[in-house]
Write a protein that binds this ligand. Structure first.
Ligand code: GCW
Length: 648
């Protein structure tokens, strides 16, 4: 395991190196002096005012920082009023106060001075969560940032890196983390067994200090695998009894536990179906077990048939989540949150928003995003997902409940983490923007992606205007570029099966996963009116998506099957768009690499070098995508490129 790590956006630098006066922290006794808020403020002030005399409480003629707790605020809410002489930060609880301190520090660091400000902020969502797909053996499923820092050889690790992790994500506004893979295998099955209680206790205590609830992914069949029982049937009273005892034992050892995350009856994971029960039976049984301790069950809606017959044109994987869960609306207990992936498939570069967000009226929902760029370049390609996440959160579901945007319909947001034990945590420094930004966006979704990226650049890379401009241009354009040179017009799944890296347009065709493009000599795309998928949306979306003349270009081939000569709203034909976007996307990637090189002298040499190697691979891979996909469609369609470029 790599023990060295960067402090990323929490690398406090001297703000006023020459300030030799006094700086006093004042707080009444209701504020915990050992708590995260006070300790973070001390850490920051020591680094930012290295020559100041830092005092506690006493009268001071210098700078004054007052911290307090006010019960007129929500627990996670804070208020800041500040000027050149210091600041007063009030939180609704220790947690709110901590968020206030982080917010204040962020403001003065990005401004480069003590600023005059008045602010009152409450997070938009109550649960802002990271889901780690870390395995107990230290590997990370879909992890592109090194090994796990939560597990080493089957054992939980709690060390300085864990503390830094908690500070980092708390400062971004995250308040929950599931530390192990939803595919619960190997030693992770026993994470809830007695031998792991001391480790869980230490971890949950550390997390709690930073306002983070610890979640565990559990094996639905744990009564068998851990408890030695013969069944895990959720309606068998002995099974419910086993889980209740298990919950009592876990919460006694680790009172900071938030609950369980469950992937059931999906891609081989056990679940209630084995006993003829449904997802509500399974989730509610667990919900009752954790309820006395304030626990929650996060139940994933990622359920589909992954052994499909490709010749069956009626069965559509996109429909599966809806068909499974919409009929169960209203059947889930209040402490169950149904976690729905942002789109109906699986974190493709472009998907429509999942129809369940508009459909579930009586079920608490979480939107699940993926920071790990499984299908978007695996942190070797730069792909900033924040503009897309924000667009999804602000998207209007068109349901008849108002307000009806996704952000209004959900109680929580979760993201599959992109971290590992690499020095910069996310393999690529630039992927840090996704980690930071997911927290910031789910706390304050009124911020634009550009606001957040700008803030992240300044906190991570300092105040150079050249660096700022170059990185903003790279990050803001990166998703569009990636989409352009990989799978445009909503196609998706043109990648290599298994690894999900690199092009293979027939890789998922004719297979069992139910993820097809159905390209032939005449046409391409899936007619999702025929499969019934478009009918899962209310009007006017249903009509918009069903009609190739109306469907937005970027989703056309997801929803409709059209001829290569079909003319898009842009005025181009589908085939010409495919060619052009592949050339243009590649050119944008070239421009990103050039921009990175242009700021070399302003970057730490190791950071520059890591980026340069990744841009080199991005360009190689983007070229491969361009050539393979263009050649594929050129050979199938026989249509030449209007510009006569080489299509291989
Ligand atoms: O996209 C698929 C991934 C699997 C993952 C699954 C899921 C954890 O390829 O690796 O398993 O999604 O979300 O459960």
């Amino acid at each position: 395991m790599n023990d060295k790590f960067s402090s990323l956006w929490l690398d406090y630098k001297p703000l006023f190196p020459g300030f030799t006066g006094r700086a006093a922290i004042r707080c009444p006794s209701r504020v915990d002096r050992q708590g995260a808020a006070v300790s973070e403020l001390i850490t920051a002030l020591k680094a930012m005012l290295p020559a100041a005399e830092l005092t506690f409480g006493a009268d001071s003629a210098g700078l004054i920082f007052e911290l307090d707790i006010g019960d007129f605020l929500d627990v996670e809410e804070y208020m800041i009023s500040a000027d050149e002489r210091g600041a007063a930060v009030i939180g609704g609880s220790e947690r709110g106060l901590m968020y206030g301190v982080f917010a204040y520090l962020r403001e003065i660091r990005t401004a480069g001075s003590l600023v005059r400000m008045n602010k009152r902020v409450r997070p938009a969502l109550g649960l802002r969560m990271l889901d780690h797909w870390d395995n107990a053996d230290g590997t990370v499923e879909r992890g592109y940032s090194g090994s796990s820092f939560f597990f080493r050889e089957g054992k939980l690790v709690v060390d300085e890196r864990t503390e830094m992790y908690a500070r980092l994500i708390a400062s971004a506004g995250i308040n929950a983390a599931a530390i192990n893979n939803v595919n619960v295998r190997g030693d992770a099955v026993r994470l809830i067994a007695e031998e792991n209680l001391p480790g869980l206790a230490r971890l949950s205590e550390l997390f709690s200090r930073w306002g983070i609830a610890l979640y565990l992914s559990i094996d639905f069949s744990a009564p068998i695998s851990v408890g030695g029982m013969r069944t895990a049937d959720p309606l068998d009273p002995a099974v419910g009894y086993w889980w209740s005892n298990k919950a009592r034992e876990l919460w006694k050892a680790a009172p900071g536990l938030g609950g369980f995350l469950v992937k059931a009856d999906s891609e081989g994971q056990p679940g209630p179906y084995a006993y003829g029960r449904d997802h509500a039976d399974g989730a509610n049984m667990l919900a009752r077990a954790v309820k006395p301790f304030g626990g929650r069950i996060i139940w994933r809606a990622f359920v589909y048939n992954c052994t499909q017959d490709w010749r069956d044109e009626r069965t559509d994987r996109a429909c599966a989540g809806y068909r499974t869960f919409a009929p169960l609306d209203g059947h889930f207990d209040a402490n169950v949150i149904l976690q729905v992936k942002n789109g109906p498939m699986d974190f493709q570069v472009r998907e429509p928003v999942h129809p369940l967000f508009g459909a579930m009226r009586h079920t608490a929902l979480a939107a699940e995003f993926q920071l790990a760029q499984e299908y978007t370049g695996q942190q070797l390609h730069v792909c900033c997902l924040l503009p897309m996440f924000r667009e999804i959160l602000m998207w209007n579901t068109a349901c008849d409940i108002q307000p009806g945007r996704v952000i209004d319909r959900i109680q929580a947001a979760a993201a599959v983490a992109n971290t590992g034990d690499s020095f910069c945590w996310t393999g690529s420094e630039l992927a840090g923007a996704n980690l930071y930004g997911f927290g910031r966006l789910t706390f304050e979704p009124q911020l634009t992606a550009e606001d957040i990226i700008d803030e992240w650049i300044s906190l991570t890379f300092g105040s150079s205007e050249r660096v700022r401009e170059a990185l903003l241009q790279i990050l803001l354009g990166s998703h569009r570029a990636y989409e352009g040179y990989t799978a445009p017009l909503g196609l998706g799944w043109l990648c290599k099966p298994g690894t999900h890296y690199g092009p293979d347009p027939w890789g998922y065709e004719f297979d069992r996963w139910g993820t097809y493009n159905r390209a032939d000599r005449e046409a391409v795309g899936v007619d999702r009116s025929r499969t019934g998928y478009t009918s899962l949306y209310p009007e006017p979306l249903r009509e918009l998506y069903s009609d190739p003349e109306k469907c937005p270009d970027e989703l056309l081939l997801f929803f409709c099957r059209v001829k290569y000569t079909h003319v898009l709203h842009s005025g181009k034909t589908v085939i010409q768009h495919i060619y052009d976007s592949h050339f243009d996307g590649y050119a944008e990637a070239e421009e990103f690499a050039r921009l990175w090189d242009s700021i070399e002298s302003e970057l730490d040499p190791a950071v520059y070098d890591n980026g340069r190697r990744r841009f080199k691979e991005q360009l190689r891979s983007a070229g491969e995508w361009r050539d393979v996909i263009n050649a594929f469609f050129h050979r199938l369609s026989g249509v030449p490129d209007e510009q006569g470029r080489k299509l291989y």
